[in-house]
Design a binder for this molecule. Sequence first.
Ligand code: UD1
Length: 417
Amino acid sequence: MGSIQIQGGRPLCGEVSIQGSKNAALPVMAASVLAPGITTLKNCPEISDVACMCELLRHVGAKVYRQENVLTIDATEITDCRLPREYVTRMRSSVVLAGAMLGRCHEISLTFPGGCVIGDRPIDMHIQALKELGAEFTENGDNLSAKAARLKGAVIILPFPSVGATENAVMAAVLAEGTTEIYRCAKEPEITALCDFLNCAGAKITGQGSGHITIEGVERLHGCTYEVEPDRIVAGTYLIGALAAGGRVFLRNAPAGQLGSVCELAGFMGAKIAAEPAGIRVERQGKLRSPGFVETGIYPAFPTDLQSPFLVALCQAETMSCLTERIFNGRLAVVEELNRMGANIRVENNCAAMDGGQKLKGCSVTAKELRGGAALVLAGICAQGMTLVYNRHFIDRGYEDIVRDLKSLGVNIGGKK
Ligand code: UD1
C-alpha cells in the first residue's frame, strides 16, 4: 500500500497547474459509447478512476488508447453489455455507464456500484429515471440488469438534483425517440460538460447548467474531439491548503467561476484571492478569521467534496467553527484521524464543531476515502513534525500526483505509490 510523508509547518509558495476534472472526464468517457466512432478527449487526467473507466470501456468492446493526457476511445464496436464486477465495485461512477449502454445496446448488466465510503449512496433515482425512459430492471442478489427494446422521451422529475442520476438520464435520453424533459436536475459544471460533449457529438440538449434540461432525441451520434475542463475540486484542495497553511500560490487554469463559494469563504477568512484569466492567485499572511457556520450544498453552494479539506482550515482559524454536511450522510469519517493529529473536532450527526487555533502535530494516519485522504495531507502540511498518510491509493483515485503538485508549491513531501 502506498503512503505519503510530509514534513509540516511551512507555508505554501509556488505555482501548480491544475489537472483535468475527474468528475467531468468519467461521465464523458461513459457517454463515448453512444457514438459509434472515435472520441478524442484532451486534458484527460491520469488518475486511477479514469484507468478503471478505461478498463470498463475495453471490456464492453471499445478500443482505448492514451498518449500523455489525450485519451482516444474507439467505440465503433460494442460487443458486451455486462460490466465486470471487479471494476464496478471499485468505482461508483461505473453506474453512469447504465444510461449510455441502454442508449447504445438497449441492455446492461452490472453489480451494484462501489466507490468512496461516504455514507449511504443508493441508486434509486438513477433506476427511476431510466425506468421512465422505458427501461425494465431485474434485480438478482447484488446484480442488476436492464433492458429497453425502445427508449422513449419522457418527463422526469428528480426527487433531488442528483449528479449521477441526471447524467444517466441525459445519456439514456440522447438517442431516445422524442423529447425528454428533466426537472430538478443537477446544475454542477460536470453536467454542463457532459451535455456540451454530447452536443459536440451530435446530440440536441438545451438547459444544461439550469434546473431543467431538454433533450430532443436524435438518430445517432458521431465521434468528436473534446477538451476536459480543469478540476475544480483539485484546485479547491490546493486553495484550501494555502488558506490553512498560509503562503502565496498561483493555481494555473483553476476555474475561478466554478469556485465562487470557496473563494468567498477564503476571502472572508483573510486570504487575498485574485481570479485571473490564467488561474487563481491566493495569498494568506495574517491570522485566519473563523466564518462561524459553514454548510455544504448543491452547486453553486460550498461543495461536499471540499468539506474534509476545509475542516483543516477551520481548525487553524482563530475561533470556533461549525461545519454541516448536507449532501452525504457519514462523510465526516476523517475527523477521527484529524483528532489523532491533535485536532479537537466534535461530531454530532452531520455536524462537526471545532475550536480555533488548534495545533496539529505529525503522526501516522490512514486515509479511508479520496477527499478525506487529501484532507490528511493538508493537515500534514499544517502540522509540526512528520506526518505519514497510509492508503495513498484512495487519493490517487482523484489526484494525478498530489506529491508532485505540492512539491511545486514548496511542500517538503515525498511518497511511494
Ligand atoms: C457526484 C460526484 C461526487 C460529489 C457528488 C455531489 C462524480 C463521479 N461524483 O456523486 O464527487 O460529491 O456528486 O456533488 O461525479 N442519492 C440517492 N439516490 C440516488 C442518487 C443519489 O439517494 O439514486 C443521494 C446520495 O446518497 C446523496 C445525494 O443524493 O446523499 C447526492 O448524490 P449525487 O448527487 O447522486 O452524487 P454522485 O453522483 O454519487
